[in-house]
Design a protein around this ligand. Structure first.
Ligand code: PLP
Length: 233
């Protein structure tokens, strides 16, 4: 077993344990393996161990890895980093999901640039639940209007919400922003939007996120080891 396969199994075990502990249906939380800054070999090891969904933050780095892996791989690609408008034309055809939509302009470009031959691009809105000036994401107050606008775009499929909370000490403090994101998703669902995704929880706080209803945890460090340079914004 490779080291990546061992770490992956340990993370899967944590997810299953958290599902059981917080009365979530078994298998209701999926794992996105965040492979940013890691080599293609690490992705191959994870794929050999059964992992199929990968998250990347940098468009060109992701494109290089996709090319190196070849077209016949069954990997599902999720773009999770900040997205500038000059990069949307590379993201729209080459990813299955974008988790970091925070502006209508970006969403409109992704919809326009999504090739007709592909299914609609799955998107989440990134929400600034912690309210810090430095973090990206749309303010919670602005989410309903942005959600309505994005849901109306023909080549996108709005799936839900994503957040990267400020680091917090202790389980209850970790849960608070995840609860806020869940409540926001529930209010959008009550307004009539069909949403099924809460993209929340990382290496250090996935249990708190599962406790609050996460459907997709994004884990990098605990699968692939520490990164040489930080890349969470
Ligand atoms: C890097 C990153 C992750 C993974 O973080 P880890 O702490 O390494 O698990 C998750 N989500 C986003 C948006 C990231 O940029």
């Amino acid at each position: 077993m490779t080291e990546t396969a061992e770490r992956l199994a340990a993370v899967q075990a944590r997810i299953r344990a958290a599902e059981a502990q917080y009365r979530r249906a078994a298998g209701s939380v999926t794992l996105l393996a965040v492979s940013k800054t890691k080599p293609v070999e690490a992705i191959r090891d994870a794929m050999a161990a059964g992992q199929s969904a990968f998250g990347e933050n940098y468009v060109q780095e992701a494109r290089d890895k996709q090319d190196a892996l070849g077209a016949d791989t069954t990997a599902e690609w999720h773009f999770i980093g900040p997205l500038q408008s000059n990069k949307t034309k590379l993201v729209a055809p080459h990813f299955d999901w974008v988790h970091s939509v925070e502006r209508e302009k970006i969403a409109r470009r992704l919809s326009e640039q999504r090739p007709d031959g592909l299914p609609p691009l799955n998107v989440c809105l990134q929400v600034n639940v912690s309210g810090e000036d430095s973090k990206s994401g749309v303010a919670p107050d602005h989410v309903p209007a942005l959600a309505d606008a994005v849901a109306a775009l023909p080549r996108l499929r709005l799936r839900g919400l994503m957040c990267i909370p400020a680091p917090a000490e202790g389980f209850d403090a970790q849960r608070a922003p995840f609860r806020a994101l869940r409540e926001l998703l529930e209010s959008l669902q009550r307004s009539g939007l069909e949403l099924d995704t809460l993209s929340m929880g990382m290496s250090g706080d996935l249990e708190a996120a599962v406790a609050e209803g996460s459907t997709m945890v994004r884990v990098g460090t605990d699968i692939f080891g520490p990164r040489d340079y930080p890349a969470t914004t």
